[in-house]
Write a protein that binds this ligand. Sequence first.
Ligand code: HAH
Length: 346
Amino acid sequence: MDRRQIIVTKQDHSDDIPKLHEAFKQRFRIGAAVNPITLDTQSELLKHHFNNITAENEMKFESLQPVEGKYTFAVADRLVDFAATNGMGVRGHTLVWHNQTPKWMFENRDGSAVDRETLLARMQAHIETVVSRYKGIIYAWDVVNEAVSDNSGELLRPSKWLDIAGEDFIASAFEFAHAADPKALLFYNDYNESVPEKREKIYTLVRSLKEKGAPIHGVGLQAHWNLEHPTIDEIRQAIERYASLGMKLHITELDVSVFQFEDRRTDLTEPTDEMLARQAERYQQFFQLFKEYSEHIHSVTFWGAADDYTWLDHFPVRGRKNWPFLFDEKHRPKQSFWDVIDTARS
Ligand code: HAH
């Protein structure tokens, strides 16, 4: 037996691992957030298990229009090409957000705040240019990200968008996106979406958008969850509440941190066995729920693909590693993966 054959045998073995997206193909798409580095380092894993991608950062405002009128599409285009070559869909993230938006957007040349008309005109120009470029390719957009407040008693998050344009900047963003690509599905996307108080605020916002006749088609549940929160019951209630508005639901940024949000420990160099067992149990419960509500849930995207790279390696505790996915640092399936596959088959 020559060397070549040995290598082929090894690849055959990896082909034996069931494809995550195949397992759920009757129910929803399986996506991953990518960036130009993971597109190389996780390429094989992405092609095997995922049939959808989202740009982690490369389609955010500051990436696409860092300077007024100077659009930089090269990296975003590369991600879209990767998807096309591999027969994957693309979710767009994100058109309007309080973060990762350049200062120029809100300022005149002399540094003073722009007026409402100027801000809305700039927003329209950006949305028109970006959505038109990927018309017919990006089938769903996170039009507005995280506009709802985490503070008790406050509906909308304080931001320059809200200060300058007033609350209907949200409805306007949906109008502009719909005008640019009438077939794209348009989402409101947020985190802490299953926390009861915030859930009700998101519900109120989406209901008011619907009542105004804004072209909104869905709610994106970011789903940055952990080993204990939110509870399955809270997630179920959030799904039912948003679905009651006739909204399509996408799980947009799923990851399961092995740390509670308040936990600041930095001593671990690998996840404990208890963490991995609990993570598997949680993932299984989540996918059971997604399956149960697959009439409403059409897409499940992870905010990454494997434990070698996650935004949680830096957040909220700087420099601390996390292990939030179904695949380990070497891209091997974790117990979580096998339990999710079982869920698909049961
Ligand atoms: C998300 N914010 C963003 O939507 C995404 O664009 C970014 O890459 C990572 C996470 C979530 C978030 C959070 O969980 C807590 C505080 C602020 C933002």
